[in-house]
Design a protein around this ligand. Structure first.
Ligand SMILES: N[C@@H](CCC(=O)N[C@@H](CS)C(=O)NCC(=O)O)C(=O)O
Length: 225
């Protein structure tokens, strides 16, 4: 059976987890917090070379990087598909998923240490993040109208990227910019409400909430906050 290593508070861990749940694939979760090194679980580097979460354990070995893990899951378990059935549709879903990761998640992520440690960000970093998000917000509306799903008329990898990452960006914006940077994206509020109603998204949220005490204890033990 597939084993997914990581922890449920991690948005990156939740990407393949939601794909596995949506596809109805049996898998086992192996709780592993990040922060590898001499102090904590150096052996995890054999599973994920940079010590990042998630890692998927397959019968052939370990795969790190959520995007590669999704490729594996889709190729090994094609049905139900999380991609459209045309080359163009597949590319558009990947474009949107990648766009969200690169220009929203990775930008907002720069403030995650402040969020977790309850500290104020460096003003120059905050300015940079705000400028990056403002630019991406305008572009996002060109890639999706969020009418029903993020792309097309089926749930896809673009929805996984959107519903697991965009709420974090909104949270980071509210905390450090004093506003939701995505507030004016047409259709996004209703879209997020619809996605949150999905059975497996609810599971992801419930598991993330249940993981919070463990994650916070890990952060305290490892980083002191
Ligand atoms: N590009 C990686 C990013 C994964 C990632 O950054 N995961 C975070 C947890 S949400 C992590 O492991 N952080 C610890 C670190 O970067 O050392 C992927 O797509 O899987």
């Amino acid at each position: 059976m597939l084993k997914l290593h990581g922890f449920s508070s991690s948005n990156y861990y939740n990407v393949p987890k939601l794909a596995l749940l949506e596809k109805g694939i049996n898998f086992e979760e192996v709780v592993s917090y990040t922060g590898v090194g001499p102090k904590y679980k150096p052996e995890y580097l054999d599973k994920s070379p940079l010590g990042k979460v998630p890692a998927l354990e397959t019968e052939d070995g370990f795969i790190s990087e959520s995007r590669a893990i999704l490729e594996y899951i889709e190729a090994a378990h094609p049905q139900p598909s999380l991609l459209p059935n045309t080359p163009f549709g597949i590319a558009k879903v990947q474009e949107l998923a990648q766009f969200i990761e690169l220009y929203f998640e990775l930008v907002a992520r720069r403030l995650i240490p402040n969020l977790l440690g309850n500290t104020e960000p460096d003003p120059a970093v905050l300015k940079d993040v705000e400028a990056g998000l403002n630019k991406a917000v305008v572009a996002l509306a060109k890639l999706s109208s969020f009418e029903h799903f993020a792309y097309g008329d089926e749930f896809s990898l673009a929805d996984i990227a959107a519903i697991l990452n965009l709420p974090i960006v909104r949270g980071v914006g509210k905390r450090f910019m004093g506003r939701d940077p995505l507030a004016d994206v047409p259709g996004l509020n209703a879209y997020c409400d619809r996605m949150e109603e999905r059975e497996h998204v609810k599971t992801i949220r419930a598991d993330a909430a249940a993981d919070q005490p463990g994650f916070r204890a890990h952060l305290k033990a490892l980083y002191g906050f």
